[in-house]
Design a protein around this ligand. Structure first.
Ligand SMILES: Nc1ncnc2c1ncn2[C@@H]1O[C@H](COP(=O)(O)OP(=O)(O)O)[C@@H](O)[C@H]1O
Ligand SMILES: [Mg+2]
Length: 375
């Protein structure tokens, strides 16, 4: 196994730049997610690491070795696609053995490795079966088997669960993470689904239009988003943003919105008068009939263990609250909104950067927030 270092990686297709000066490290044994919306450059980044695409600029190291211009076949990286192509006329055993047979590995060693891979994936009982009759989940396991049997330095996975239905995807997330923990293999996993990334990753790089906006552990990214984009992308329902215009003195703990003064963690530096966004996650919103920020209930979504209440403030901002099922709310109710002030993030509306996040008191554990403008 090996770590992967990506330095100033850039990829242009003609005038269009798909990946803009990406720099990150995937530590040995880490489960690293590249997360972002469709078209943001995830697959292109992964293909460059795997050697399927040449970078326009930058370098890629696999362990100590500079592999930037090495062919894919010379990199010892296994790639798992969403549209995994198995050989339909071959058995499960033959499919898994295929990469080793191609390498000309001795028969006895192939048998041992296939048996190990099948045991790891709990598909030993399927080895004799034809792949044509398998469920999509078992096909996915066979595709993984074909990757792990090679015992490569690292795994690249490009939305491997994308074709599965939601319920099964959750199960496969757990399985994949458990498999990772058994193998301890350095893994780069691409997804556009923030829940998948949150459930599996040790570290997430969240991309937007070719740029890594933030790198960090899932909890860190959720609690300390570096930008509006990140805050909006992580979490479901996503963070609420209440716009206002204000100047804040150093140490200020309140932000004027309409006729209310919303609490926030003390700002560390003076904020000159400008457009701001007060960011609050739905789980940090409470309905409080006495609160000065007035709102009307637009709808209630009952989810069994909680309910999502959609409200509109007197300033016409839509706010979603995730509240317990005992909270009484019905469409048309007039109420007030209260927020857990310790959990607020304040953003500069023009740059989209976070000024103050909920956990700025804690040191960062992951890599630096890319370009975050604090204070
Ligand atoms: N071979 C190519 N030629 C031209 N444009 C490409 C090529 N491959 C990808 N792109 C463009 O680069 C951008 C990023 O693509 P991709 O890395 O596939 O995004 P993602 O995997 O995040 O959805 C997209 O706008 C895509 O259209
Ligand atoms: Mg893609």
């Amino acid at each position: 196994m090996a770590d992967i270092r990506v330095q100033q990686l850039r990829k242009a297709f003609g005038d269009f730049v798909a990946v803009k000066d990406s720099t990150f490290v995937v530590n040995n044994g880490e489960f690293f997610c590249l997360l972002g919306p469709s078209g943001c450059g995830k697959t292109t980044t992964l293909r460059m690491i795997a050697g399927l695409e040449l970078p326009t600029e930058g370098q890629i190291f696999l362990g100590q070795e500079d592999v930037t211009f090495k062919r894919a076949s010379a990199r010892d990286i296994a790639f798992v696609f969403q549209m995994f192509a198995l050989y339909p006329h071959m058995s499960v055993r033959q499919n898994i053995a295929f990469p080793l047979v191609s390498q000309g590995m001795p028969r006895a060693e192939i048998d041992t490795r296939v048996a190990q891979a099948a045991a790891t994936l709990h598909i030993t009982h399927l080895l004799k079966h034809a792949v044509s009759g398998l469920t999509s989940g078992d096909r996915q396991r066979v595709a993984l088997g074909r990757a792990i049997v090679r015992q490569p330095l690292a795994f690249m996975m490009d939305e491997p669960l994308g074709a599965l239905d939601a319920e099964f995807r959750e199960l496969m997330c757990l399985e994949l993470r458990a498999l990772h923990d058994r193998l301890g293999a350095t893994t780069v996993y691409v997804t556009h689904d923030q829940r998948e990334a949150m459930a599996m990753a040790d570290k997430i790089a969240i991309m937007n239009q070719g740029v890594i906006e933030q790198l960090g552990a899932p909890q860190e990214i959720y609690e300390r988003p570096a930008s509006v984009f990140v805050a909006d992308f992580m979490g479901s329902p996503s963070m609420n943003f209440i716009p206002t215009h204000a100047a804040l003195a150093r140490g200020a703990t309140h932000l004027p919105v309409g006729n209310a003064a919303l609490e926030l963690p003390a700002v560390q530096d003076h904020v000159s008068a400008r457009a701001l966004l007060y960011g609050v996650r739905p789980e940090h919103v409470r309905l409080d009939g006495d609160a000065p920020l007035r709102a009307e209930v637009m709808g209630v979504e009952y989810l069994g263990n909680c309910q999502i209440v959609t409200l509109k403030t007197a300033q016409d901002n839509v706010v979603r609250a995730k509240v317990d099922v005992q909270t009484r709310a019905a469409r048309g109710d007039q109420t007030g909104l209260a927020f857990d002030s310790a959990q607020i993030t304040l953003f500069d509306q023009d740059s989209g950067r976070a000024i103050r996040t909920a956990r700025d008191d804690l040191p960062l554990t992951g890599a630096a927030l890319t370009g975050a403008a604090h204070g």
